[in-house]
Design a protein around this ligand. Sequence first.
Ligand SMILES: *Cc1c(COP(=O)(O)O)cnc(C)c1O
Length: 377
Amino acid sequence: MTINNIPFNKPYMTGRELWYIAQAHTNGHLSGDGMFTKKCHEWLEAKTGAKKALLTHSCTAALEMAAILADIQPGDEVIMPSYTFVSTANAFVLRGGVPVFVDIRPDTLNIDETLIEAAITSRTKAIVPVHYAGVACEMDTIMDIALRHNLLVIEDAAQGIMSTYKGKPLGSIGHLGAYSFHETKNIISGEGGALLVNDERFVERAEMIREKGTNRGQFFRGQVDKYTWVDIGSSYLPGEVIAAFLWAQMEEAEQITSKRLAIWHQYHESFESLEASGMLRRPIIPEDCIQNAHMYYLLLDSLEKRTAFINDLKEKGINTVFHYVPLHSAPAGMKFGRANGDLSITSQLSERLVRLPLWVGLDTDIDRVIDAAQTGF
Ligand SMILES: *Cc1c(COP(=O)(O)O)cnc(C)c1O
C-alpha cells in the first residue's frame, strides 16, 4: 500500500485568484499601481493604520527599501536577532550596514529585548525586531529603547500579518514594517511583500525609491509638472497580475487565519501531555499577543532527537522542516556582521526546533501527523 505524502506546506487558494487576474487582463493595465494594487494598499492601510502601504516584489524588497529610507551608510550598525531569515540582515548589508546579532528569548524565540541596549554603539542606526512565527516581540520596551537612543525601528513582520501586540497590528508599531506574501506565508501571491510606512516623514521618499528614484507618483497626482530622476531607487513594485492574485487572498484573510488557528490549536492540545511528561516544549504565546497561526513548532531535547524525529516522520510520509542556521554562524554572517554576546539560546534552540505541516486543508490529515509525532520519539 502506498500512503500519500503530507507536504510541509501547500499554498491555499481561495478560488477567486484567476477571476481577478482575468479582470486585470481585461482592464489592460498590467504594470504596477493599477486598480488591484490600490485595493491591496487600501486594505493594508485600513487593517494596520499605516500612513502608507506599498506592495513590493517581496518582503526582502520591502526591507531593502527600509534600509534606504533609514539612510544606512557603510559601517552603520543594525541590531537584530541571529535567529532569522537571511533577508533581515542582507537588506542592510547591501547598503554597507553591519548586522549586530543579539540573542533571543527562550519563550518566544524573539529578540531578547533586555540585551538590546548593551549592543548599542555610536554607530547604531536601527533595531530590527523579527516577529517569529507571527508572535510579537516585546515592542513597548523596544520602542522605548529606540526613542531614548534616537534609533529607528524596522519590524520584520514577514510572518506577522493579522497578528497583534497589545491590540496593535504587527508591522504598524515601528517606523517601518515589512510583510511577506511568499507562498509559504499565510496570505500569499507566490512572491510578494509590502512596506508599511508608519512615520509620515518617510512616505514621499518611499514612493520615489519604489519607482526607480523618480517622482512619478507626484506627477500622476498632478503635484509636479514633469517626472524626473530625484533620488536613488529601484523597481520595487509588482505588476497587477500579482496584485490581483493577492487581492483574492486579502478578501479572505480572516477566514484563512481562523482556519489556520483551528489547526494550530488542535496541535497544541494534542501535545500538551507530551510536554507535561517532559518530552518536548510547545510554543509559548505571551498574554498581550494575538497570533496568526503562521507556524506550529516543537522544541525537542537535542539535535539527535530532532534528526531522529524528522527521519521517523519522513518514513511515515510526513514532511517536517527545521530552520534557521543562526546568521552569526553562517559564512556571510561572520563576514558582514558581528555577534554581541554568546548567543547561546539561539545556538541551542535552533538545533532543537522542528516545524510541523500547517496549511489550510490539512484538517483531514492532521490526525495522521499527530499520531506519527506522538510516536516519533
Ligand atoms: C519569509 C521571510 C522573509 C522574506 O520574505 P520574502 O517575501 O520571501 O522576501 C524575511 N524575513 C522573515 C522573518 C521571513 O520569514
